[in-house]
Design a protein around this ligand. Structure first.
Ligand SMILES: Nc1ncnc2c1ncn2[C@@H]1O[C@H](COP(=O)(O)OP(=O)(O)OP(=O)(O)O)[C@@H](O)[C@H]1O
Length: 599
């Protein structure tokens, strides 16, 4: 949940963004506006009709035809009111849904252009809550609050004018009575909302405490802490009760005060009115119309007092969304992007690259780093955890720009090219096979949407994924479920490999999985990896002995620098970092033990 700011900004300025979105639908706005005015005026016409009916229709010896026409007219007003209300509700709710949909689309489109570093400082969880909670507030503003505000403003104004026309003397009393009634209600309402919020918080505490204690029940029982947990829970229950009692007390007082004020003022006004009727200066119909209209006007003012608070909340939500929209992408195509040479050769070079992650500026992840990978060459990167291996991938994909040096593909510095063009030349196989909640076919085609089933099966075969894909209940149409939960780790990796094969890019960035696989899976994945590496420039973060053996070159990294380079044989004999890492990690593979990560 996005937390409400402690001291909410009172400015309604950010709502301009919402207003601009609404203006894109002038037809709907006009329909909604027309219906709004119609409902407000026909609501006010009802007391006018009452007055006529009471004064004329109920009079002794009245003409039945006149009675009929007055009642028919009143029925007509009621029909207009009902239909216009439906149209108003549909149009404003439509606007609410549409505007929020449009804002969500805009925000998502913008988020997709931002560099990954943005999401390190702004958690995706918080952003997704802005996409749901904040947009829901805006939907309420557009779909309800604005229409409530306008309708009530029209009714309040129209009602007061009608009342003055009807009975100026009584209305003067009413104008004094309205603030006397409304202001305490508004003040109580605010207090009540604050207390309700803290009451909800206390209830949430109870939920959290219950979950915590039940989740750790074995520990609680093993340490004989039942008494302590009972005490903690009892304290939380009492706190909740106290806040609840405070809330209902305010509510009880509020009810008494409001009832007294409302019925008290109505009685006072009726009293004045009764004197008028006795003196013959006011008719019974006028009194009836006056009381009904006064009720409408008071209700309208009451609603208006709530509107401002809602608008402030809406402005807060809009400003949080506007913040996301105003975030500039740090990685963007240059004004005049260089075109990468065609056909692609697949040369990847890091030239004197120095890089620090924006969130850790004090720690260089790469130090004056030089590495050139020739077209078709396979380079295996090994090194201890935190050596900077994954950082090479992040920079090659241009998720970040280095502070010094350059990364070049086929001689073109990444910063001078369009990121989309760079990424089209790279196939990335991440350590964890990322799967989308979609069919197996779409998960594979993520590498290339033009691939037909024949190409998909060919890639699946090459990635050793054909067997399990064919065994799926609906073949390629099988839904892989949230995050591909229905597949094993090894199967997910092979899907990721098949996807990269379909992408058919000249450069392959492969982060070998560190998770232990059984021998059979391991062999299948290894075969698939080898098919994938053939004839491509490959940079592989290696965790398997088979991979480093196959590599043309092994680059050993530590602390963001290259410390050794060579082949498995040459490096094993040197007695350096590689030999140490290899003896710790690879012997296990050789002896058939589960594979442990090298990095
Ligand atoms: N997003 C990030 N923000 C800040 N620092 C980071 C980030 N990613 C990595 N680092 C830091 O940069 C350094 C290099 O990290 P990198 O992920 O490249 O190491 P690695 O060799 O791939 O390690 P491992 O084998 O554990 O994945 C580490 O000190 C790490 O803590």
């Amino acid at each position: 949940m996005i937390e409400e700011p402690k001291r909410p900004r009172r400015s309604l300025g950010p709502l301009r963004m919402v207003w601009r979105e609404m203006l894109k639908y002038p037809g709907r706005m006009a329909t909604a506006g027309g219906a709004l005015i119609t409902t407000a005026t026909s609501t006010l016409a009802i007391p006018y009709g009452f007055r006529q009916i009471i004064d004329k229709g109920f009079a002794q010896g009245a003409d039945p035809n006149a009675i009929r026409s007055w009642f028919l007219m009143l029925m007509g007003v009621v029909v207009v009111l009902a239909v216009a209300t439906a149209i108003r509700f549909y149009s404003v709710s439509w606007l609410g849904e549409r505007v929020v949909g449009d804002i969500r689309l805009r925000v998502q489109r913008h988020l997709l252009t931002l560099a990954p570093s943005f999401f390190e400082e702004n958690s995706p969880k918080e952003i997704s809550s802005r996409m749901t909670a904040d947009t829901a507030i805006i939907e309420q503003i557009v779909g309800t609050t604005v229409s409530v505000a306008l309708r009530n403003a029209i009714m309040a104004l129209g009602g007061v004018i009608y009342l003055f026309a009807l009975e100026p003397g009584l209305t003067a009393w009413l104008v004094i009575a309205i603030p006397v009634v409304i202001l305490p209600i508004a003040a109580f309402g605010r207090k009540l909302r604050a207390v309700s919020r803290s009451s909800q918080d206390r209830v949430a505490d109870i939920g959290a405490l219950t979950a915590e204690v039940l989740g750790a029940l074995k520990v609680v029982q093993a340490f004989n802490q039942e008494g302590r947990e009972q005490g903690r829970f009892a304290a939380a229950v009492e706190r909740t009760f106290d806040t609840g009692r405070h809330r209902i007390m305010i509510r009880a007082i509020m009810t008494a005060v409001i009832m007294f004020l409302i019925f008290g003022s109505i009685t006072m006004i009726m009293w004045r009115g009764a004197i008028g009727v006795a003196e013959g200066s006011i008719t019974g119909g006028t009194i009836a119309a006056f009381v009904v209209t006064a009720g409408i006007v008071a209700g309208a003012f009451g609603s208006l007092t709530e509107v401002y608070g809602d608008l402030v909340r809406g402005a807060g939500a809009a400003s949080r969304l506007a913040e996301l929209l105003s975030e500039h992408p740090t990685i963007a195509p240059p004004a005049r992007a260089l075109v990468l040479p065609s056909p692609a050769r697949g040369k990847l070079a890091f030239e004197r690259v120095t890089f620090r992650y924006p969130s850790r500026p004090e720690l260089p992840a790469l130090h004056d780093f030089n590495l050139t990978i020739e077209p078709g060459e396979t380079v295996a990167i090994v090194g201890p955890s935190g050596a900077g291996k994954s950082t090479l991938f992040q920079l090659a994909e241009r998720f970040y720009d280095p502070q010094g040096g350059a990364i070049k593909i086929d001689g073109v510095p990444l910063a001078s090219a369009d990121p989309a063009e760079i990424r089209a030349r790279i196939a990335l196989v991440p350590q964890e096979g990322v799967l989308f909640a979609a069919s197996a076919r779409d998960n594979l085609r993520y590498g290339n949407w033009h691939a037909d089933d024949e190409a998909i099966w060919q890639a699946a075969r090459a990635a050793n994924a054909e067997g399990f894909l064919r065994a799926l209940p609906q073949g390629l149409d099988t839904f892989l479920g949230e995050d591909g939960a229905r597949l094993s780790g090894g199967q997910r990796q092979r899907i990721a490999i098949a996807r990269a094969l379909l992408r058919d890019a000249p450069i392959l960035l492969l982060d070998e999985a560190t998770s232990a696989l059984d021998a059979e899976s391991e062999r299948l994945v290894q075969d698939a990896v080898e098919t994938l590496m053939a004839q491509r420039t490959t940079l592989v973060i290696a965790h398997r002995l088979a991979t480093v053996r196959k590599a043309d070159r092994i680059v050993v990294m530590d602390g963001g620098r290259i410390v050794e380079q060579g082949t498995h044989e040459s490096l094993s004999g040197q007695g350096g970092l590689y030999a140490r890492l290899a003896s710790l990690q690879f012997d296990a593979v050789v002896s058939g033990q589960p594979i442990a990560p090298l990095g």
